[in-house]
Each structure stands twice: as structure tokens, then as C-alpha cells.
Design a protein around this ligand. Structure first.
Ligand code: URA
Length: 245
């Protein structure tokens, strides 16, 4: 059983507040009875109608790729009232989905959001070594030996990093762009790695997570993953691709 306004929001009838209004106005029926009480609960399988029209609640999990803008915090709820990544997804989904892992407040780029707990757990578990690829604009130009240190593993205060793929993709006007792929997900890891070689990060953007790529998604926008993209993610963490659907 779930609150009626939550079910209506999930079925696409606007924000929770708008759905509460529909209930208050007496436009919602559950199994033939008009419900005007706001706390009322219903089963998603009940015959729920708005103005006599049955609602349709999408089945299955939700998978979104978001291009996180700078300044947004990766959390469901920020006690300091800062903007969060939840502000960028449809209100009807906010109670269900959550971000998979975390990007720093100033990091931009690919953030997967879903309500699929099993996939989330596997993507975040170090055992599965899911590669995360970043473009890091760093101060100055790291030397080949500094890049080698990043690649082979570098000592951080919480222990040495695993080997990483690191490419210098551009350099000029006092900064360089590195393409860095890591399989761990430690706090501020890329920033701390670059800091450790004396080339602090100025801008950081995640461009891929396992088989999933950010592509041309504009900043602050999200897209739903295709069936093929979900299958590729499942495959990457050893889950069966045929989900019995
Ligand atoms: N590494 C970082 O330093 N920051 C991020 O947001 C992600 C990876």
C-alpha cells in the first residue's frame, strides 16, 4: 500500500502537491469510491482513476543518466539546503530513485540514478572493478614520470591507489587535460591523485561509467537509459541480462 498522491505522481499526474489537489477536489476514485482524504493509501494494483480515467503506473525500474552541473550536491536531501541532483529529475520519481555513487559538488558529468538496488550495489562494489572515466583539467603539464606514478598507483592518506589508465590529451595555456580511468570510488580520488603529483584539478568531469557514456547530454539534463544500455550495465557486473521480462 502506498499513499495515493505518490501513486498518482508516479503515473505522471504532476507534482505531489498537484496530485493532492486532485484528491482534495474529489476527482480521484479507488475501486469505484471517491477518496478525498489526503493520507489515504492504496495498492498500486487497485482500480485508481482520475476523472474516471484509469491511471497507469509504469512498471519496472527507472534508470536515468544525468549530466550533473557544478554546484549541485549528490545526495537525496541536503541539510544545508544546497541544490541537489534530485532537483534535476521529475518530481514523481524523486521518492524512488537515488544516485549511484557520488560526484563532488564541483564535479560535472555522468551520474546514474535508479531504483534498482541490486545493480547499484554491484556497480559500487570494488570487487566488480567498474571503470569510471574522467576528464581532468589540471594546472600545468604533468611530466611523463608523473603520469607513470598516476598509472602505477600513488600513495594517498587512505592507502595506495589501484593502477589507473592515464592519458595526456591536451596541454597549453597553463593547464592540461588528462583522461583518467579508475576502478575504485574513493572520496575525491581523482582530485587527490592529481594533487599528489603537484598538478591540482581545476575542472573535473565524469564521461563514462562501465559501458555507459555521457555522450552529448546537455548540462543539467537527464535521459532514460535504453534497454540495451541497462543490459550492458548488468552484464558489466555479472548480472543476467535476460531479466525475465
Ligand atoms: N574523483 C573526484 O575527485 N571527484 C569526483 O567527483 C569523482 C571522482
Amino acid at each position: 500500500m502506498e499513499r495515493l498522491q505518490k501513486l498518482l505522481a508516479r503515473a505522471g499526474h504532476g507534482s505531489r502537491r498537484a496530485c493532492e489537489e486532485l484528491i482534495r477536489e474529489g476527482r480521484v476514485t479507488v475501486d469505484g469510491r471517491t477518496v478525498t482524504k489526503l493520507g489515504a493509501k492504496a495498492s498500486p494494483d487497485a482500480d485508481i482513476r482520475v476523472d474516471g480515467e484509469p491511471i497507469s503506473i509504469p512498471e519496472g525500474h527507472i534508470y536515468l543518466a544525468l549530466n550533473k552541473p557544478p554546484g549541485y550536491v549528490t545526495t537525496r536531501d541536503d541539510p544545508h539546503g544546497r541544490p541537489t541532483v534530485m532537483d534535476l529529475v521529475p518530481e514523481g520519481w524523486r521518492d524512488r530513485i537515488y544516485p549511484v555513487g557520488r560526484l563532488d559538488q564541483d564535479t560535472t558529468g555522468l551520474l546514474l540514478m535508479t531504483d534498482d538496488g541490486e545493480l547499484t550495489q554491484r556497480l559500487l562494489h570494488p570487487r566488480h572493478h567498474v571503470p569510471k572515466q574522467y576528464l581532468a583539467d589540471v594546472e600545468g603539464t604533468p611530466s611523463e614520470s608523473q603520469l607513470r606514478r598516476l598509472r602505477s598507483g600513488i600513495e594517498l592518506e587512505d592507502g595506495p591507489t589501484q593502477p589507473a589508465e592515464v592519458m595526456l590529451v591536451a596541454s597549453g595555456s597553463g593547464e592540461s587535460r588528462l583522461r583518467i580511468t579508475i576502478t575504485e570510488g574513493r572520496n575525491r580520488q581523482v582530485r587527490r591523485m592529481c594533487e599528489a603529483i603537484g598538478h591540482p584539478v581545476r575542472r573535473l568531469k565524469r564521461v563514462a561509467m562501465g559501458p555507459l557514456r555521457l555522450g552529448e547530454l546537455p548540462l543539467g539534463q537527464y535521459r532514460e537509459l535504453s534497454v540495451g544500455q541497462v543490459s550492458a550495465l548488468r552484464q558489466a557486473v555479472g548480472l543476467p541480462v535476460d531479466d525475465g521480462e
